[in-house]
Design a protein around this ligand. Structure first.
Ligand code: HEM
Length: 525
């Protein structure tokens, strides 16, 4: 019987019931398919990948919600803790798989697999979010694809911005900013009887980066360039820190439901004018014959880029991206770490007193501290390390890595395009690695000298491998010096006597204190 005859034999009612049966079957099959995908370890994105056919055994991990995967772990502000818990319950510390929409993730919560990921050239790329693209950061060092352009930027900045000579060169300037923060704190205590630490250290840190990179210092809280700079920076932080659904659900991309694309476009236009003006000012100065010899260590990073722009084929917009990114990498990491340290000083007065007596012994009370004193303050340095362990500013190492090609971690096959993360927070809170990991005890670093610059993955707050933080020496020198100055100058107490410190965390671009620390800073000298 021909198909035409079959159609004629079906009555109009029968036809519609056949059609609705067909609809039901298709819905059922789709539902079953999604359900099976969802049930597979790591969720939908892993089920759709070729890892399924190429792996001897699946990487363990939660399937999460159908289609959505672990989306809601990324909207809590405590992603590092949620992922650490999953890794524990799935016995997947070495490597865990999960999905967020169509994005495939692996995460390591253990030093050996973390080392393998961070040191492997297969993971030397970074996944780039829509906001980072929108802010043109694909031309900046942190997001540039692994290749010649990135290698050039890295070489230039390691030589001319982050090298030991340059870090030492800016020591005096860091000291000046530290002294300005001390006098700002005195003013605020006089006016309000309390200090919101975050504001003071954020502006100090922003000025430090602006001077090192752009050669300029700003006044905040008044009209003018400082206020504009601050509004550009805070808008950028918000855009880079927000969880953007379009990054993981491409179909939502064109809708721009959260308005991220539009806001990035608006911000980039303003940044181009702001940073473009600074570059232009440098050009004019150079045109007037004011020689800025970078090699003699007196130019800033704008001068460095201008010196190299022809040889390295940097356009104006490349320079703007590179310079602008430094603000986002260098400002809040330092300010947030310092706020956590001061919170710990308020919470543990005996540790604060021990650090102050070390400073008094080494530096005395008649002169202010400078960079050269820092090597003689091991207890102070141990406090910084212990805070980096307990409250790492990048608990998931800030920005993840991306598998450039198919590769393996241990025996597990990882397809190209997989996002790889390291849960440094889980590693630094593991009782298999650290004794009493929840206890804040700087002495542990006097008993054992643990390297923190990326060779020992038990504590690698600056990452490791090819894309390790290039600003680590500068960041550390800044935090140590400012902490020493703040402890030399003040005794730190809670603003409300007898009340504890709220250590709740909130992971945005970095891991901040959820409630800003408000202190009483009582002058010591
Ligand atoms: C306490 C301070 C800081 C912490 C905790 C920190 C942490 C990090 C981490 C975890 C990474 C990712 C590393 C990886 O993927 O292995 C990173 C990358 C980066 N950091 Fe830092 N950082 C700090 C200070 C700074 C400063 C002061 C600057 C510059 C002014 C800076 C510039 C960068 C850049 C440009 C990258 C990207 C490097 C690349 O992809 O090649 N950081 N940082």
């Amino acid at each position: 019987m021909s198909s035409q005859n079959v159609i004629f034999l079906i009555s109009p009612n029968g036809f519609s019931s056949l059609f609705s049966n067909l609809e039901l079957v298709i819905t059922l099959i789709t539902f079953l398919a999604v359900f099976c995908f969802w049930l597979s370890p790591g969720g939908l994105a892993w089920a759709l990948s070729k890892a399924k056919t190429r792996s001897k055994s699946a990487i363990p991990g939660p399937s999460g919600l159908p289609l959505l995967g672990l989306v809601f772990s990324f909207t809590t502000g405590l992603t590092h803790r949620v992922l650490a818990q999953f890794a524990q319950s799935f016995k997947a510390s070495s490597l865990m798989a999960f999905s967020v929409g169509l994005t495939r993730f692996v995460i390591s919560s253990q030093p050996d697999s973390a080392k393998e990921i961070l040191n492997s050239s297969a993971f030397a790329d970074r996944p780039i979010k829509e906001s980072a693209y929108g802010l043109l950061f694909d031309r900046a060092m942190g997001f540039a694809p692994y290749g010649e352009y990135w290698r050039n930027l890295r070489r230039i900045s390691v030589t001319h911005l982050f090298g030991p000579k340059r870090v030492a060169h800016f020591g005096e300037f860091r000291r000046e900013i530290g002294l300005e923060m001390v006098s700002e704190i005195k003013n605020l205590m006089f006016k309000n009887g309390a200090v919101e630490v975050r504001k003071v250290v954020h502006f100090g840190s922003l000025n430090n980066v602006m001077k090192t990179v752009f050669g300029k210092k700003y006044k905040f809280g008044e009209n003018g360039d400082g206020v504009e700079l601050e509004s550009l920076v805070s808008e950028g932080y918000e855009l880079l820190g927000v969880f953007n659904w379009s990054d993981h659900f491409p179909v939502l991309g064109w809708l721009d439901l959260q308005g991220v694309r539009k806001r990035c476009k608006d911000l980039v236009a303003k940044v181009n004018v702001f940073v473009g003006k600074i570059i232009q000012e440098h050009r004019v100065k150079r045109g007037e014959g004011i020689e800025v010899g970078v090699d003699e260590g007196c130019g800033d990073f704008v001068d460095v880029l201008l010196d190299l722009e022809k040889d390295h084929k940097l356009t104006d917009s490349d320079m703007i991206a590179v310079l602008w990114e430094m603000i986002f990498r260098g400002t809040d990491t330092v300010a947030i770490l310092l706020e956590w340290i001061l919170a710990r000083m308020v919470l543990h007065p005996e540790i604060q007193a021990k650090a102050q007596s070390e400073i008094d012994r080494v530096v005395g009370t008649n002169r202010t501290i400078s960079d050269s004193d820092l090597q003689n303050l091991p207890y102070l340095n141990a406090i910084v390390k212990e805070t980096l362990r307990v409250h790492p500013p990048g608990p998931l190492l800030s920005w993840a890595r991306l598998a450039i090609h198919d590769t393996h971690v241990g025996e597990h096959f990882i397809p190209a395009g997989t996002t790889a993360m390291v849960n440094m927070w889980a590693i630094t809170h593991s009782d298999e690695i650290w004794s009493e990991p929840e206890v804040f005890r700087p002495e542990r670093f006097l008993e054992e000298d643990v390297a923190i610059m990326g060779t020992d993955l038990r504590l690698a707050p600056f990452g490791a491998g090819r894309r390790v933080c290039p600003g680590k020496a500068m960041g550390l020198a800044t935090v140590q010096l400012w902490l020493a100055q703040l402890l030399q100058s003040f005794n730190w107490y809670n603003a409300v006597e007898g009340r504890g410190v709220d250590l709740s965390e909130c992971l945005k671009l970095s891991m901040e204190m959820e409630k800003p620390l408000v202190c009483k800073a009582v002058a010591r000298v």
